[in-house]
Write a protein that binds this ligand. Structure first.
Ligand code: HEC
Length: 392
């Protein structure tokens, strides 16, 4: 684990101090140990100082970069080239040239397929691989992240692991206008569930980097139960026992269902016509959990007249519109960079392990990612050449 190097705030530093030792799992050991970090009572300013005292170590960085980007250790020649380069500036130049070269290897393509399988929690069977392979192809070709949600063609490519090449192919699941991975048959099949909520959960966790609830207002509304209602949507904008739904999303007795389902119910109908095999049909293909598992009706999610949406105030009439809305969402861009960041720094999945990245730590990366139009390989290069990555 790369101690401290990813930490942007004091609180994270203190948390790391408390966890030091026990939390050192996974990742690549760099063998560094600055000692003394197992004392939870270490004064704060000493930690600040330690962060400031980190030094460039381009050989340690090269080892980690090579392992992550190619799956292999750097060659002896590369290690020597960095070591013998001279001063820090010269080492930096040599290091960065090697990182760039790793990004152009067939091995990098394979690493990206694995990265996206992990991120999407799917793959290794032909159909289930199409979404991770598409995301990997976009990365390897340094294309825009927004294509993940907006591409209309070539969204089911295949990958040849032997030579690291991609072959473009369209998805054949009955969709007229595709929306990147949002209309992918593997995604729809893998996350098939009652009322399409698992598909909606996947979209949220993979691309917005948080579990539900997705939208939380500062001032909640007391509902007379244990919890306040904290979603921005009017309470009656989703279905419940009182307005035609067969599942009561207005229930507040134990938990306030609407805190999560206000957002979820405005999204789920967009995914509801894909069947268990991921093929788009003309009618709703998902069930409710009610007796006899009847097919869900639109009125089970939303009352009449209520439109589908990505977020409150961001309507999305269909999957292509949803894709546009997601591509324009700053939180989605931040999530993309945070996932690259955690991968580089050897952290686990941002949602499952709550490996949150403080926004200020990656602010500059997110800004240049957005300014570039979301170029995916450039974002990786920026992370692997950042001071936080090369200083120990
Ligand atoms: C903390 C957020 C949250 C709250 C609160 C919540 N849900 Fe959900 N609900 C989810 C998520 C996420 C899923 C999808 C789970 C999955 O399949 O992975 C889901 C799934 C469901 C499903 C489909 C499950 C199935 O397979 O049968 C129903 C029905 C449902 N919720 C109803 C409710 C009701 C009714 C309430 C209130 C009593 C409620 N939920 C409260 C987040 C929430």
């Amino acid at each position: 684990m790369r101690k401290n190097s990813t930490l942007g705030t004091l609180s994270r530093v203190l948390a790391a101090a408390a966890l030091a030792g026990a939390a050192c799992t996974g990742g690549t050991s760099t063998g560094d140990d600055d000692g003394g970090d197992d004392d939870g009572t270490t004064p704060v300013d000493e930690w600040d100082q330690k962060l400031a005292e980190r030094e460039y170590d381009y050989n340690a960085a090269l080892r980690i970069a090579s392992l992550r980007l190619t799956g292999k250790l750097p060659t002896l020649a590369e290690v020597k080239a960095v070591a013998d380069a001279g001063d820090v500036a010269a080492q930096k130049a040599v290091y960065e040239s090697f990182v760039r070269s790793y990004l152009d290897t067939p091995e990098f393509a394979g690493q990206m397929v694995r990265f996206w399988r992990d991120t999407f929690k799917m793959g290794e069977a032909a159909m289930l691989d199409t979404a991770p392979v598409f995301a990997a192809q976009l990365t390897v070709e340094n294309r825009s992240y927004s294509e993940l949600f907006t591409a209309t063609t070539g969204t089911c490519p295949t990958f040849n692991a032997a030579d690291g090449t991609f072959t473009a192919a369209d998805c054949q699941n009955g969709v007229t206008t595709h929306a990147g991975v949002l209309s992918n048959p593997g995604v729809q099949a893998h996350f098939y569930s009652n009322m399409a909520f698992r598909r909606v959960r996947w979209v949220q966790e993979a691309f917005a980097c948080t579990a539900y609830p997705a939208e939380i207002v500062e001032q909640g509304v007391e509902m007379g139960g244990a919890q306040a209602y904290t979603a921005p949507w009017p309470f009656e904008s989703i279905a419940g026992a009182g307005n035609g739904g067969t599942v009561d999303f207005h229930d507040t007795s134990a938990v306030v269902c609407a805190n999560c389902h206000a957002t979820m119910n405005h999204l789920a109908p967009l995914f509801a016509n894909f069947d268990e095999d991921g093929v788009l049909q003309n009618t709703i293909q998902v069930k409710t959990p009610n007796d006899g598992a009847p097919d869900a009706q639109l009125s089970d999610w939303l009352p009449a007249g209520e439109a589908t949406a990505w977020r409150f105030g961001v309507p999305a009439a269909d999957l292509p519109a949803l894709g546009q809305a997601m591509a324009a969402d700053a939180k989605v861009a931040e999530c993309a960079v945070a996932r690259y960041w955690n991968w580089a720094m050897g952290k686990g999945d941002i949602v499952d392990t709550l490996s949150l990245v403080p926004p200020e730590t990656i602010q500059a990366h997110v800004a240049s990612f957005q300014a570039s139009g979301g170029l995916m390989k450039d974002a990786i290069l920026a992370v692997y050449t950042s001071d936080d990555f090369v200083k120990f």
